[in-house]
Design a protein around this ligand. Structure first.
Ligand code: EPU
Length: 338
């Protein structure tokens, strides 16, 4: 059933009304939605829990919300388990449930807001792990209504990037994500590569003989995130608002001289956008109801009645300041939906 003029939930607490919304619980529902979209010339877009989007006051087309949230085992052996998860499942709930079953691998991705269906779009990542490492395939319904399994290679994952992000920018035909297949380990092998996480366990650069359990890693990640990142329920936000720029060695050297600390990333260097924003004097700053979070300037907050335009103007001012100081362009991380 298609609903009209629906207020869209989003973690930035922006007022946004969608012209048409449909809830999708099966492949058949997805096919019906595509047919309806084609008949009425509506563009179709998937929306998860609204944790990584900037919603304009009016959103046109047909917004599809996938409700299917089952978790089922596809195969299992001594070392691994392969599970299919509906796109509508809450991500953090899934992480907890997998740990309860002693299925490991997602612990570093604890407390990331949003739904399972949104996870591959931006290749969610935190504390040294990305979903790409555990993803086997993504079930999508294409514009012609056919159900298709995209392999991890088809998804073309990169840092906060995927085929889905690029597809959304380049195509008008829909590609609805209905679920993902993940392979997890039955043997605990924790990833403590991220500095903050090593610090939490008093590891520094040293190896310790007794490593924390995956559940302990999950708990530490939750503690670190709670300390640094604002709870959207209290301070509406969309997580990191900009991507960390990936730069060539020459530019990285230049930024190093200006006070930033680039670190190697593949053949290039990644620079902390938070640090560039901080060094540009924006940490804790506020214009009207939009502000930069004092503990993590990469996060923008709606302190009250900010509009999407207020948030985008504020982000634009940050981008301009950072560019003036460092000649580096900060790219927006959330998608804008209008
Ligand atoms: N920093 C500052 N000033 C600050 C805060 C941080 O200079 O006030 C610098 C420090 O150098 C610090 C560095 O930023 O060491 C890194 O901070 P953090 O560990 O929070 O990582 P991040 O690069 O800012 C990324 C992700 C987060 C993810 C964390 C942990 C992106 C765009 N963001 O943030 O993801 O949780 O790493 O892995 O890659 C999200 O995507 O919404 C998100 C929160």
């Amino acid at each position: 059933m298609i609903h009209s003029d629906v207020s869209l939930e989003n973690t930035l607490a922006l007022h946004s009304l969608a012209s048409h919304v449909v809830d999708i619980g099966s492949v058949g529902d997805a096919q019906d939605a595509i047919e309806f979209g084609q008949a009425n010339d509506f563009e179709l877009r998937c929306l998860g829990e609204g944790s990584n989007v900037i919603l304009m006051p009016r959103v046109s087309g047909l917004i599809c919300r996938v409700t299917q949230a089952d978790v089922c085992i596809l195969s299992s052996d001594e070392d691994t388990v392969t599970i299919a998860v509906g796109a509508g499942k809450n991500w953090h709930e899934l992480v907890q449930e997998t740990l309860d079953q002693n299925w490991f691998g997602l612990e570093n991705l604890s407390l990331i807001p949003g739904s399972v269906g949104a996870a591959p779009v931006q290749n969610i990542g935190a504390y040294g792990v990305e979903i790409a490492e555990h993803l086997v395939s993504v079930d999508v319904v294409r514009a012609d209504g056919a159900l298709h399994k995209m392999s991890a290679a088809d998804c073309e994952f990169g840092y906060r990037d995927s085929f889905f992000k690029r597809y959304g920018r380049a195509n008008s035909g829909p590609l609805l994500i209905l679920g993902v297949t993940l392979r997890l380990s039955k043997r605990p092998a924790v990833n403590l590569s991220y500095g903050d996480l090593r610090k939490a366990f008093g590891l520094g650069n040293m190896k310790r003989s007794v490593l924390p359990s995956p559940q302990q890693v999950a708990d530490a990640v939750v503690t670190i995130r709670r300390g640094k990142l604002p709870d959207p329920a209290e301070y509406p936000n969309a997580g990191s608002f900009f991507k960390n720029p990936v730069l060539d060695p020459k530019t990285a050297d230049r930024l190093h001289e200006l006070g930033s600390k680039p670190y190697p990333f593949n053949d290039e260097f990644k620079v902390s956008a938070a640090q560039l924003i901080d060094l540009s004097g924006w940490k804790g700053r506020r214009q009207g109801d939009v502000g930069c979070w004092p503990q993590q300037p990469l996060v923008l907050i709606n302190y009250g009645q900010a509009t999407a335009q207020n948030v985008l103007d504020f982000a634009n001012d940050i981008q301009r300041s950072v560019f003036e100081k460092f000649q580096v362009e900060l790219e927006l991380e959330p998608s804008v939906l209008s």
